[in-house]
Design a binder for this molecule. Sequence first.
Ligand SMILES: [Zn+2]
Length: 82
Amino acid sequence: MTAAQLAKRRAKKAAWIVSAARIAQAHRETMAVLESGHCPFCGAGLHANLALTGWYQCDRFGAPGFRKDNTGAECSWQGFAR
Ligand SMILES: [Zn+2]
C-alpha cells in the first residue's frame, strides 16, 4: 500500500468516527427530550412515528388535521433515538 492510499484510508476512518460521534450525540439529545416528555420547541407531547424505528416527533408535527395534537401552531421538532 502506498503512502497516499494509507492517508486516504486514515482520512476515511477519521470521517467515519466524526460521523458516528455526531449521530451518537443526536441520539443522546433526542433521548433527553423523550425523557422530559415534552417538545423542546413548543412544549406539546411527543410520539413515535411508526414508519421508522426510533423516529419521534412533536404531537403538533405536520399539517392541521393530520397531526396528533391540533391545538397551537404547527411544530417541526423530530428526532432519532436509535
Ligand atoms: Zn413541538
